[in-house]
Structures are given as C-alpha cells and as structure tokens.
Design a protein around this ligand. Structure first.
Ligand SMILES: [Fe+2]
Ligand SMILES: [Fe+2]
Length: 165
C-alpha cells in the first residue's frame, strides 16, 4: 500500500461525490443534505489527515522551503471556509449551491496541484517502506474512531510549516 495511491483514490471519490450532486433533483433537499453531509465530512477529514500524516513528511523529505506545503494549507483553508458557508446556508438554496460550487472549485484546483506537484515529489523522495507506513497511518487517521482527534481547524500556513520543520 502507498499513501500517494490512497490520496489519489480519495480524490477520485471526492470528484464522484460532487458529480452525484449534479444528478439529484434540486428540490430533493433531503437527499442533497444527506449526500453533502457525508461529502463535507470527507473533505474535512481528508485534508486534516493529510496535514497530520502526509505534509509533515513531505516537508521533511521533499519540500524543505515549505512552499508546496504552505500553498496546500492555504487551499485546505479555502475548502474549509466554503464547507462552513454551506453549513450556514439552507440546503438547496442559492447560497448553499454557491458554497458547494466554491468548495468544488477550490478542491478541484487543489487536488490537481497535489497530484501534479506534492505527490510526485513525495514518490521521488520517500522510500517504499515509508509510503507503506504512512498509508496505514493515513487510513487509520480517517476512521470513525480516530477522526475526531484530527485538527480540522483553519491553520496559519506559515505557522504550520514552522511547527513541522
Ligand atoms: Fe490536500
Ligand atoms: Fe488531497
């Protein structure tokens, strides 16, 4: 198992989950709310698990200046803020759709950056053993039992890089 594969797989599931929303009858707020609830939770847990497990190792091995990491934490914040906006809006309302779209766009851009920069850099610098160990840690961090211990708060990117350097 390899953490970079698991991150890619999560990204695919996120794209699918946004795509499912496209096919829901817009008046069916019960389904929209249920589907979005799980997706919002998944987005938060995925980002927080990356911050707990992946980015400290990326920083250590392949992002010594912290540029990629700083950018990623900023993106995670943007996704979190859109998720919060959706939570504050009435499901199915214009404001809600706007917030869901903002989360989708921020997430799509961010996943592309991880897939084009962070993950390739990590594959080039991390051993197969480490990629395997982090895969187990990443999946464990996202479990129902462990996820409540993750820090899903907005973070200052500079402070994050400093704390993990
Ligand atoms: Fe991320
Ligand atoms: Fe990601």
């Amino acid at each position: 198992m390899d953490i970079t594969d698991l991150i890619l797989a999560d990204h695919h599931r996120q794209r699918l989950a946004f795509a499912v929303l496209d096919d829901v009858d817009p008046s069916d707020t019960e389904r929209l709310g249920a589907l979005w609830g799980d997706l919002a939770q998944f987005l938060e847990v995925h980002a927080a698990a990356e911050e707990a497990v992946f980015y400290p190792e990326l920083l250590r091995l392949a992002d010594e200046g912290g540029e990629e990491t700083r950018d990623a934490i900023g993106d995670h914040n943007e996704i979190r803020e859109a998720v919060e906006k959706a939570a504050a809006a009435e499901v199915g309302s214009r404001d809600w759709w706007d917030a869901v779209k903002a989360a989708r766009s921020a997430n799509t851009e961010h996943m592309g950056e991880e897939e084009d920069d962070g993950l390739p850099d990590f594959r080039r610098h991390a051993s197969a053993q480490l990629r395997n160990d982090l895969a187990v840690a990443f999946e464990t961090a996202k479990t129902t039992a462990a996820a409540p211990q993750l820090d899903t708060d907005v973070k200052d990117p500079d402070q994050y890089v400093e704390e993990h350097s």
